[in-house]
Ligand binder design. Sequence first.
Ligand code: CA
Ligand code: CA
Length: 301
Amino acid sequence: MEETGMQIIKRENVHFAFDPAQTPRAWGHSGETFLFQCQDCYCGQLNEDGMDFSRMDMSRNNPATGPLYIEEAAPGDVLRVEILDIDIASEGAMCARDGAGIYQIEGCHCRRFPVEQGEIVFDKGVRLPVRPMIGVIGTAPAQGKVSATRPGEHGGNLDIRELNRGTTLYLPVNVPGALLSMGDLHALQGDGETVICALEMEGQVVVRVDVLKGRRDIPTPFLVTETHYITTAADPSLDVCSVEAARKMHRFLQDHSELDDAQAGLLLSLAGDLRISQVVNPAKGCMMTFPRGLAGEHFER
Ligand code: CA
Ligand code: CA
């Protein structure tokens, strides 16, 4: 990966909560490109196959690298984060254990799987193409610390598998400087993240960050992929966050096309996909995806 000419936020600069009172670890300007070095979600503690999970220090779970202070960012702005590249290590970790995730699994099974030529080498001859993504990415909330294990309106532990190269994420700016952080890279994750982890990787992410002024029309945290618009919501109840994610897209379509409320609802029922992002974090996550090009043509990226 090309590393010259951009500021590097080093892997030592990790924290475990999004916090408006946090001291920035890096400073930069709107329009600049940054490289975030990320530890894996276990801070590298799961470094051998079959390791005993009980030996792990759980206070060092889900580190985020940062925060980055963007000089132009003021409360009420939107931070546009373009994911330009994600580079992952050659081996990752995961763990299936009793009492975590949604399955009944006996005991604790910590595993490491190699990544070879863009494929995860799983058991029993199964190989899976990688789709590197960011699990945790967010800005500081307006007040109070939010654990990096939790998703919310500030972003955080979103675990949305579309947070990969080519996607643009829009986050709220709640405090001066925005205080952007990220971590928890995954080589691959399915919707739901049902066993409570993905293939957890260390690696690095290159992003371009821009401050947008006066854009209260953007329903943050909001994603634009190469093909889709994605609205998101998080809540302990899937009933609540599914409705909220869908209503955000309904509002977005009315704000950014000629569609009225009924037309937007009809079109979403035909072409919008309401999906679960994850069911294992302290708040669950849902998203509504809608194909770009069908509507939303007035949205200015
Ligand atoms: Ca995660
Ligand atoms: Ca993870």
